[in-house]
Design a binder for this molecule. Structure first.
Ligand code: THU
Length: 127
């Protein structure tokens, strides 16, 4: 799996971020089980609580296009080395992967970091 490609797409998506309040752009790219890639960026609102994170935007895009499962997600912010997903996004990511989890890819010091979602959210809530 070409995680560098996934990261490049997350970087491209971060350029479309709408983040005038936090000035913290984030981009994400997920690989769906069909082999297609889906992008997302954060988009904020003057009613701050309505802000949507890049990861959830990318996953929503995948689901809207018919994906049932995701295989990996890359996350990038130009403002933060090793930009890991927030707690809410960890729960949403874990909803759409197999029990063995999926790889969460970030960039640290110019190198890719790969962690499993099960490591980032142990004992997740599920029905
Ligand atoms: N943000 C994300 O897009 N993903 C995360 O996992 C954490 C936070 C966004 C939300 C908000 O627009 C900005 O980063 C600052 O919190």
């Amino acid at each position: 799996m070409d995680y560098q490609f996934l990261m490049e797409k997350a970087k491209e998506a971060s350029k479309n971020s709408y983040s005038p309040y936090s000035k913290f752009p984030v981009g994400a790219c997920v690989l769906g089980n069909s082999g297609n890639y889906y992008y997302g960026c954060n988009f904020e609102n003057s009613s701050f609580g309505l802000t949507i994170c890049a990861e959830r935007n990318a996953i929503g895009n995948a689901i809207a296009n018919g994906e049932k499962e995701i295989f990996a997600i890359a996350i990038y912010s130009p403002n933060r080395d090793d930009c890991l997903p927030c707690g809410a996004c960890r729960q949403v990511i874990s909803e759409f992967c197999r029990d063995e989890g999926i790889d969460v890819i970030t960039e640290k010091g110019g190198r890719l970091e790969i962690r499993n979602i099960n490591e980032l959210l142990p004992g997740r809530f599920k029905l």
